[in-house]
Design a protein around this ligand. Structure first.
Ligand code: LR7
Ligand code: MN
Length: 586
């Protein structure tokens, strides 16, 4: 009160920081008049021409709900692990049931506060200092959470987490979309619980259709300017929302994901960001059209001037992201003929890049997700639906490169061959209307580091083992001989192999033939002899890419990997870290 207004401060960075901190903890509203507001967007140089003098209000900082005080010693407090003690037989049964139904430790989740905090703010200082607010204020967002038979406690913890972290002025609503769950507590009890919050709306999908249909229903009913999607088992870290929205204001065609961190499926421990151990990951895909993570290239790394810069990603995980509602509609929302689960993330990734958008990960935004090692979902018409979804995306976006996928996945090839993937004409029209680029452009400009197999022949050459640096060799061309290892001679001949479209590792008429356990792997006559004949499963190999051009050679039926052990080639349990299971074509 005795402060003489207006308060004149030196306009150095330091003073601006002091002031901004003070503003954040006070109850007052400030107008900054001169000489220039601190940087407002993600990039220090951005000054909004419509807003020459910034108008700041600390009201924006308040989340929708105030978090109640937390008992420090309670299970899972501050994002810590649930500590298991001895379980009674009954508790053990309850735990097992949770694991079976949900594929994560529901028993632990049920015993952790629905409003646990995630502890101190450990984001990099650049993220904490920048308030990501601007004049006019950041847009509002609808948070859309779809679920099918989610555990009650994880679903509710996701909702509370948003209410406790999202600034009230930005949070338009939370829309829960139930994809025809069958669990009792997700019926009336859930309705009663969320009725307490005007902010939360619950929509029901009568029929089980999958996450795409559920998200489309949510998006259709949303009132926010930005749509923010979350999986139903997430927890948001301090300040996760502002940087996502700020980036969209700056670049309306950006589709932005947070840095997705692990909530442990057994202990529910939240992996907090540690600035000093920061590795930036981005998403990728393999030619089986599976999503994966990789460390960003040094080139991308050097683009990032500081932690507030968005990381470009060829593919996104697909579950946690923000997108301008208008841009979501412009770019063709989702392929609404994709069912249940899978494929839509890769589809949207290709589409966004090819049709004028960009996919980014915003490192200042941190959201946890329970990653599980197996899927709890039922697939009413079988898991082929995943492949069908993938074929749809391959047919629409991948041009001739779809053949590579089909070479890797026979089911996909069959679905494509039989035109059993439904009508895609609408998606093709969208592609034309938006004047989208072709897949070669994507590979050259968005993901030039991608390993792209030859379009016509499959792989060929010598097959080198990375552990020993020697090559597979058929020895004399007698069938039924163990395959051998010799120094690589680069002459072809006995070391020439082809990975065929039938997924054989073939040398002329003999094929690498997987054997049980310690029996050496041998060269047998290939059972596939053209149309009308079939590959025996022992001669069918799945190449799992682990590094550019480096593979595990996994047998389709035995689920084991080609391994060099004690000078012999045998089949062993697959282990990504085992260099004697790493093979490359040279
Ligand atoms: O039939 C279904 N109906 C649903 O509503 C099946 C699932 N769902 C819901 C489900 O309750 C969950 O909220 O959809 C969401 C995703 O399903 P999960 O969590 O069982 O699978 P996931 O975490 O492996 O999902 C990843 O891949 C999916 C492919 O279709 C989606 O793109 C998910 O959004 C995606 N999740 C993430 O990107 C979170 C980060 C994990 C990674 C990598
Ligand atoms: Mn998930």
């Amino acid at each position: 009160s005795p402060v003489p207004w207006p308060l004149v401060l030196p306009s150095t960075q330091e003073w601006v920081k002091v002031f901004v901190r003070f503003a954040a903890i006070s109850n007052l509203t400030f107008q900054i008049v001169a000489p220039q507001p601190p940087s407002l967007g993600l990039h220090p140089t951005t000054v909004d021409p419509f807003c020459p003098s910034g108008f700041y209000s600390n009201v924006e900082l308040r989340p929708y709900l105030q978090r109640p005080p937390e008992d420090q010693r309670s299970q899972g407090a501050y994002g810590r692990a649930f500590v298991s003690r001895h379980l009674s037989p009954e508790e053990q049964r309850e735990k097992n049931k949770g694991l079976r139904t949900h594929c994560f430790n529901k028993f632990a989740s049920d015993r952790i506060s629905l409003h646990r905090s995630l502890g101190n703010d450990t984001r990099p200082p650049e993220c904490v200092d920048r308030l990501f607010r601007r004049c006019p204020p950041l847009p509002s967002t609808s948070v859309i959470i779809v679920f099918h038979n989610e555990a009650w406690s994880t679903l509710l913890r996701t909702v509370y987490s948003v209410l406790y972290t999202a600034p009230a002025v930005m949070l338009k609503e939370i829309i829960l979309v139930d994809d025809a769950s069958t669990l009792d507590d997700l019926k009336a009890p859930l309705e009663h619980h969320v009725q307490a919050f005007k902010m939360v709306r619950l929509l029901r999908q009568q029929e089980r259709k999958g996450l795409v249909a559920a998200r489309l229903l949510g998006a259709q009913k949303a009132h926010g300017e930005v749509l923010t999607f979350l999986d139903s088992h997430c927890e948001c870290f301090h300040g996760w929302l502002e940087p996502l929205l700020a980036r969209i204001v700056q670049e309306p065609t950006a589709v932005v994901s947070p840095d997705i961190v692990v909530i442990d499926q057994n202990s529910l421990k939240f992996t907090r960001p540690v600035p000093t151990q920061r590795v930036h990951s981005r998403g990728n895909f393999d030619w089986s059209l599976n999503f994966g993570w990789e460390t960003i290239t040094s080139q991308e790394r050097s683009r990032l001037k500081d932690e507030t810069y968005p990381v470009r990603t060829p593919v996104f995980a697909g579950g946690l992201f923000s997108i301008s509602k208008a841009f979501f509609e412009h770019i063709g929302t989702y392929d609404d003929k994709m069912e249940i689960w899978g494929g839509e993330n890769i589809e949207m990734s290709f589409r966004v890049w090819l049709c004028g958008g960009q996919l980014e990960i915003v490192p200042c935004s941190v959201v946890g997700h329970i990653f599980r090692s197996s899927s709890p979902h039922s697939f009413p018409n079988g898991t082929d639906v995943i492949v069908r979804n993938q074929v749809r995306l391959a047919e629409v976006w991948m041009d001739d490169y779809k053949k590579i996928f089909y070479r890797m996945n026979k089911k996909a090839a069959a679905i494509a061959q039989e035109n059993a993937y439904g009508d895609i004409s609408e998606r093709l029209r969208l592609k034309e209307r938006l004047n989208c680029k072709n897949f070669t452009w994507y590979l050259n400009h968005v993901y030039p580091e991608a390993y792209v197999p030859d379009l016509t022949p499959a792989l060929f050459g010598a097959v080198k083992n990375m552990g020993s640096e020697t090559c597979l060799d058929v020895g004399q061309k007698n069938p039924q001989k163990p395959v051998m290892m010799y120094p690589c001679h680069n002459l072809g001949g006995n070391q020439y192999f082809e990975f065929t479209s039938q997924q054989e590792l073939r040398h002329s008429v003999v094929c690498l033939h997987a054997t049980l356990d310690s029996e050496p792997v041998r060269m047998d006559p290939c059972t596939y002899k053209g149309k009308g004949t079939e590959v025996t499963p022992q001669q069918e190999w799945v190449l799992t890419l682990i590094l550019p051009k480096m593979f595990l050679l996994k047998n389709a039926i035995l689920e084991k990997c080609l391994t060099l052990e004690g000078g012999k080639v045998v089949m062993k349990r697959c282990d990504l870290a085992h260099s004697y299971q790493h093979w490359t074509f040279i």
